[in-house]
Design a protein around this ligand. Structure first.
Ligand code: ADP
Ligand code: MG
Length: 504
């Protein structure tokens, strides 16, 4: 569970690289995100009160429950939990949480554990129920929203071109992304509830899809609400143009006054673009002050956007972070099935298995595979068989010897492209400082980011296992320049996108 959240900010490996600024510590230490729900009547507060009333079963219950739940989950999900009452006659415990979403999540994921704790504390025949408080999300769109339902339904205000396919119905998820899906759906139903919402995850995992699904849902269910989707690149270009043409007032009006839900995609594009970040900061401030919903996507976690202005980062931090994970095998199968159905591909079971097993990482590549088979099906007039599929998808699947070969080649090439060394030098016995340094970076990326063993990485560089271990250790002890970190992150993302290997 915690993997979806800010857990990734605490990853030690990042710590080695990033100088500790105050803001950064903040991010790293941010263990729970539901702070807004925490108040003095939270679990601990309620507990004290009950204790006073002599209800010391309650603290026992909490202790037992807490001991069964991983710490991060506890902080994330149980922070709004209040003990309401115990009815000894009916043998019923009543608990209360912050909202319906949390209630359903806890019941589904931790229902059994809660029941067990209830039984252990109060007795075998006790049961429990969870209620929720109604949270006012504060979201304010057009005034018309409060007026009675119009007889003739308003046509939605179309401010942005959303991709018709990027809907919740078309988004397939398994356990690994159920949380992301549900949070997105919750925001779509109740904008303002988590604000800003920050979606991260590697390239091609469905960030844009999920973000636009929120947009579609809001447009359809609340036609008065003005939803604006843009990429940070388009935002930047528009701003530059507005400055050139002296029309920055119009620009500001559009982004700060004429939108109720702002979707900004690919925020990582703004790394190093200070002026645009300033504009975005003021845009966000103004929108959030008016209780408008903001959703942001980034293919880098916040910990890698460290170059962003601190004030912008703190604005992001006020919201909820959700990581989209690579789909697991079972989900990949479902996704391919879904694509096949949608595009009319007749897919054989063995071909389906083949794709799901051999194309990992990006969902975009799964889609690519389905499209290739579809083209062939149209051409040949009948469904593709397994050997034809293997032939057709050669380029898309991870190489038969395993992705490792690909990974090594890609890594060496990316290192040579991004630093001033050649592949030959990297593989040579050269001990020149610049060469050793880049070699260490390569080793670090392969071992620390992707989980290759020092032994195999050593063999790629014609070196032994201990050289790799020492190299990584040395690199960690050095103070690394920001530009180098950016290059490393770039290489990491490229590798993940190209080889389909998941970052650990
Ligand atoms: P990202 O923005 O994370 O790079 P996209 O949202 O552009 O990824 O997704 C890439 C493609 O894969 C899109 O066509 C999208 O519809 C599809 N896709 C991604 N994730 C899923 C999913 N879970 N279910 C169905 N389609 C998905
Ligand atoms: Mg995207």
């Amino acid at each position: 569970m915690n993997r979806n959240f800010s857990g990734n900010f605490a990853e030690l490996k990042h710590k080695y690289f990033f100088p500790k600024s105050e803001i950064f510590d903040n991010i790293i230490n941010r263990t729970h995100v539901f702070e807004s729900f925490l108040n003095e009547t939270s679990l601990q507060g309620a507990l004290l009160e009950r204790e006073k009333e002599g209800g010391n079963f309650v603290s026992e219950f909490i202790k037992i429950l807490e001991s069964k739940i991983p710490r991060k989950v506890w902080e994330l999900w149980f922070s709004t939990l209040k003990f309401d009452s115990v009815d000894h006659e009916a043998k019923k415990i009543k608990l209360i949480v912050g909202n319906l979403f949390i209630k359903e999540w806890l019941e589904k994921k931790y229902g059994k554990v809660i029941q067990k704790s209830v039984e252990q504390t109060f007795g075998k025949d006790y049961t429990y129920s969870i209620d929720f408080e109604t949270v006012n999300s504060d979201f304010k769109a057009d005034k018309t929203i409060e007026s009675p339902e119009p007889i003739v339904k308003k046509r939605p205000l179309i401010l942005s071109n959303l991709n018709d396919e990027y809907t919740f119905e078309n988004f397939v998820y398994g356990d690994e992304n159920e949380f992301a899906y549900r949070v997105a759906f919750e925001v779509a139903k109740q904008p303002g509830i988590y604000n800003p919402l920050f979606l991260t995850g590697d390239v091609g995992l469905g960030k844009t899809h999920l973000m636009q699904a929120i947009g579609h849902h809001i447009i359809n269910s609340m036609p008065e609400v003005r939803v604006l989707y843009t990429t940070s690149e388009a935002f930047a270009n528009e701003l530059i143009k507005a400055f050139k043409e002296n029309s920055s007032t119009l620009f500001r009006e559009k982004y700060r006054k004429k939108v109720d839900v702002l979707l900004i995609d690919d925020i990582q594009f703004l790394i190093g673009k200070n002026g645009i970040q300033t504009e975005l900061f003021h845009t966000m401030n103004e929108l959030l002050d008016q209780h408008k919903q903001i959703i942001i996507c980034s293919d880098r976690p916040l910990s890698e956007l460290k170059e962003f202005q601190d004030r912008l980062l703190s604005r992001f931090q006020m919201g909820l972070f959700v990581k989209i994970n690579p789909p697991r095998l079972q989900t990949r199968k479902l996704i391919v099935k879904n694509f096949s159905k949608r595009y009319g591909l007749k897919i054989r079971e063995d071909v389906l298995d083949y794709i799901a097993q051999n194309i990992q990482g990006s969902v975009r590549r799964l889609k690519g595979a389905v499209m290739k088979l579809l083209a062939q099906q149209k051409f040949a007039g009948n469904p593709v068989n397994l050997s034809e599929a293997a032939q057709l998808l050669k380029e898309l699947v991870d190489s038969p010897a395993g992705p490792k070969v690909d990974f090594k080649t890609s890594l060496l090439k990316l290192l040579a492209d991004n630093f001033e060394v050649s592949i030959d030098e990297l593989l040579s016995s050269s001990r020149k400082n610049e060469v050793s340094f880049v070699r260490m970076i390569g080793m670090y990326i392969a071992v620390e980011y992707f989980g290759y063993t020092p032994q195999e990485v050593g063999s790629w560089f014609n070196r032994g296992r201990t050289t790799v271990i020492h190299g990584i250790k040395k690199l960690k002890s050095l103070k690394i320049d920001d530009r180098i970190i950016n290059k490393m992150v770039f290489i990491r993302n490229q590798l993940s996108a190209k080889t389909g290997d998941s970052v650990i």
